[in-house]
Ligand binder design. Sequence first.
Ligand code: TMP
Length: 219
Amino acid sequence: MPRGFFITFEGLDGSGKSTQLRLLARSLQERGRTVTTTRQPGGTEIGDRIRALLLHSITQNVVPLAEMALMFADRAQSIQQIIIPALAEGQIVLCDRFTDSTEAYQGGGRGLGSERVLAMHHSVCGDLWPDLTLLMLPDLDASLARARRRNLRQQTHGADENRFEAEERAFYERVFSAYREIATRDHLRVVTIEDNTSVEAIEQRILAIVTDRLTQLRT
Ligand code: TMP
């Protein structure tokens, strides 16, 4: 049985990562691989409830440490229920966000700092890290404009996930630079994609990167 492979997608809201995750899942499945896709927060029953609590704009006055702890509560559940079982079966796991999001948003955006986030990662997730992280980092303004348009659409369909998108630009600048620091520090694991080109061009680039890493695994 081939060893499982754990890939995460990271980036700002509206960076296009969820679209690319879906496209990659489809390409890998067409090539005969078994793929599990999930997202954080969410993906499990408890995780979906944590997601609703954390993202709904009705939720107010969450202190940053509580926000971080809830993100890790969700992650603990996702790891035990979804990620570890799928990897143990030799599957490719594609996860929309993981601990890099907590380091960027709570560590950078909320100002908790990386050290606290990484310490909590160690207690909750042990040494589980993705084999590969695709960090989508197009222009900040383009991402924010896209995220806001998407949320306006979602509002008209009744789903409110606006709490983070309501943050001011300075918050997202901190998130953006925290992501850059993570990419520099973990440059073997994290591949940054800064393209503002077409969805199809980025899809091809991601597929080439992933195929290359999977081939290296076999050699
Ligand atoms: P998304 O699923 O649409 O990407 O939205 C999830 C939101 O939650 C997004 O604004 C980023 C935020 N988030 C954190 O702040 N910390 C985390 O650890 C995770 C996983 C997400």
